[in-house]
Design a protein around this ligand. Structure first.
Ligand code: GAL
Length: 429
C-alpha cells in the first residue's frame, strides 16, 4: 500500500513538473508573440556606409536618434563596398532566408520596386506619410520613385547627384584650364593636361560601377534625359546610332584616365584629384563629403565642381531610401526610426556630412555649404534622370550585366561587344 502511495506521489510530482514546464513554455511563447509587432529595443540599420567619406552622415544620424530615443538602440550593420558592391549580395541572402534587417538602404526606383516590392517583401508606408504629413514635404518625383501603384514603400533620406565633375582648382588655374561644357571641350582640355603631365580624369574601377556611372552621363549628353528614359524603358534600342556614338565618346574619355585605375576604389581615385595628380573626376557628390570631412578640403577653394560635360541643366538622381521589410519583430520601433530619418532634423544632420541634399523640400539650406546650396537650386529646375549605376533606371539583373560589359569595354575598347551585351541584357531591364 505504502508503495502505491509513493508511486501515486511520484506521478503527481511528474504531472506537476510537466505542468510547470508547459507553463513556462507558454510564457516563452507569449513573450515571443508579444515581441512580434511590439518592441525589442533594437533597430538594425543595414547599409554600405562604412569608412572614409561614407559613414559620417550615418553616425551623426544614429547619435541624434539615440539621444532623442533612449528606449531604442541602433545596431549599425554596414557592409563595406561602394554602391553596395558587397552589401547587396548579403542583403539578398538575408531577405531570401527570411532574416531581414529592421531596415535597409535601397535606391528609389527599380532597385526598390523590382527587387523587393514586386517580390512582396516590403510593407507599405502610406500611414507613416499621412501621420507625418509628408505627402507635400518630399518632391513628387521622389515619392513616385519609392511607390508602386498607390502604395509608398520607403523614406528617402537624401538626394545625391551623379553627374558632377569635381576638379582640383589649383591644377585648373596653374594650367589655365576653362571648365569644359561639352564632351569635345573635355577632350581638348584633357589633351592639354596630359601634355602637362597631369592625369586628366581620375578613375577607380576596382568596383565595377564607376565607369558605368560615367557611361550613363555620356548617354544623357548624347540623348538628352527624355530619350535616356526611353532607352531604359526599352523604347530605344542600344543599337541606336546615338548610343553607339556615346559609347565611342566614352572610349575617348577613358583614354585619359590613370593607368592604375583597376586597383583603386572611388576614394583612392578621389585622392588623386585632392593631391593634384589628377585634374578631374566624375563622381556622385558623396565625393564632396569625402573631400570636406575626410580630406579637409575647402569647397570652391581646393576643389570645384561642374555638371558632367554636355549635361548642364540635368540632374542624375540617386536617392538613398529606407523601408520596412515584411516580418521584422518590431515594426513600430522601425517606424520610429523611419519617422526620424524623414524629419527635417534627421535630414539636416545627415546630408551636410554626406554631401547630398535633403530629400525634403523644407530642410534648412543654411545647414549646407555652397556646394549643397547650388545642388539644391539645380535640383529645383533641372531635368531629372534616374541613375543606372545606382540602381534606379533598371533592374539589378540588367545592372549586373551592364557593369560586367562596361568593365570589359574599359579594358578592351570593343564598341560592338558593349552594344551587343547591353542589347542582349535589355529584356531584363
Ligand atoms: C551610392 C549611394 C551613395 C554612396 C555611393 C558610394 O550607391 O547611393 O550614398 O554611398 O553609393 O558608395
Amino acid at each position: 500500500m505504502k508503495k502505491m502511495y509513493r508511486l501515486f506521489g511520484l506521478l503527481i510530482l511528474v504531472l506537476l513538473l510537466a505542468a510547470c514546464g508547459s507553463d513556462s513554455d507558454d510564457a516563452d511563447q507569449s513573450d515571443k508573440d508579444a515581441d512580434k509587432g511590439s518592441d525589442t529595443g533594437v533597430v538594425e540599420i543595414f547599409s554600405w556606409w562604412t569608412g572614409a567619406g561614407e559613414e559620417d552622415g550615418l553616425l551623426a544620424l544614429i547619435d541624434l536618434f539615440e539621444e532623442t530615443h533612449d528606449d531604442i538602440e541602433i545596431e549599425n550593420a554596414a557592409v563595406a563596398g561602394g554602391a553596395g558592391t558587397n552589401a547587396k549580395a548579403v542583403l539578398a541572402t538575408r531577405m531570401q532566408g527570411d532574416d531581414p534587417p529592421s531596415t535597409f538602404q535601397v535606391h528609389g526606383g527599380a532597385e526598390l520596386n523590382m527587387s523587393w516590392v514586386e517580390a512582396d517583401k516590403m510593407e507599405p508606408l502610406n500611414d507613416l506619410y499621412e501621420d507625418n504629413d509628408w505627402l507635400d514635404k518630399f518632391p513628387e518625383e521622389l515619392i513616385e520613385l519609392v511607390s508602386e501603384g498607390d502604395d509608398i514603400y520607403s523614406v528617402p533620406v537624401n538626394i545625391h547627384r551623379g553627374n558632377v565633375m569635381f576638379y582640383n582648382m589649383e591644377v585648373f588655374e596653374e594650367h589655365d584650364i576653362e571648365v569644359p561644357t561639352t564632351i569635345d571641350e573635355f577632350l581638348e582640355v584633357a589633351k592639354v593636361l596630359e601634355e602637362a603631365g597631369i592625369t586628366p580624369l581620375a578613375l577607380g574601377d576596382k568596383e565595377s560601377w564607376t565607369p558605368t556611372q560615367i557611361l550613363e552621363n555620356v548617354l544623357v549628353a548624347e540623348l538628352g534625359t527624355e530619350d535616356y528614359g526611353k532607352l531604359f524603358a526599352g523604347d530605344i534600342e542600344f543599337t541606336d546610332e546615338r548610343v553607339v556614338h556615346a559609347i565611342e565618346d566614352f572610349g575617348k574619355i577613358l583614354e585619359y584616365v590613370n593607368e592604375d585605375h583597376a586597383s583603386r576604389n572611388w576614394q583612392d581615385s578621389a585622392q588623386l584629384v585632392a593631391e593634384g595628380d589628377a585634374a578631374m573626376m566624375n563622381m556622385g557628390d558623396w565625393a564632396k563629403g569625402y573631400f570636406s570631412n575626410d580630406l579637409d578640403l575647402e569647397t570652391n577653394v581646393d576643389f570645384g565642381y561642374f555638371p558632367f560635360p554636355g549635361t548642364d541643366g540635368t540632374f542624375a538622381v540617386i536617392t538613398d531610401t529606407f523601408g520596412l521589410p515584411k516580418g521584422v519583430d518590431n515594426p513600430d520601433e522601425v517606424k520610429e526610426f523611419l519617422t526620424f530619418l524623414g524629419s527635417v532634423d534627421g535630414q539636416d544632420v545627415f546630408n551636410p556630412l554626406k554631401g547630398s541634399i535633403p530629400a525634403r523640400i523644407d530642410a534648412d539650406p543654411e545647414e549646407y555649404d555652397e556646394y549643397g546650396q547650388d545642388a539644391m537650386e539645380d535640383f529645383k529646375t533641372a531635368q531629372l534622370y534616374p541613375s543606372l549605376a545606382h540602381g534606379s533606371a533598371a533592374s539589378e539583373g540588367f545592372l549586373t550585366k551592364a557593369n560586367q560589359a562596361v568593365n570589359i569595354y574599359v579594358t578592351q575598347g570593343d564598341i560592338d561587344n558593349l552594344v551587343d551585351a547591353l542589347q542582349n541584357a535589355a529584356p531584363e531591364m
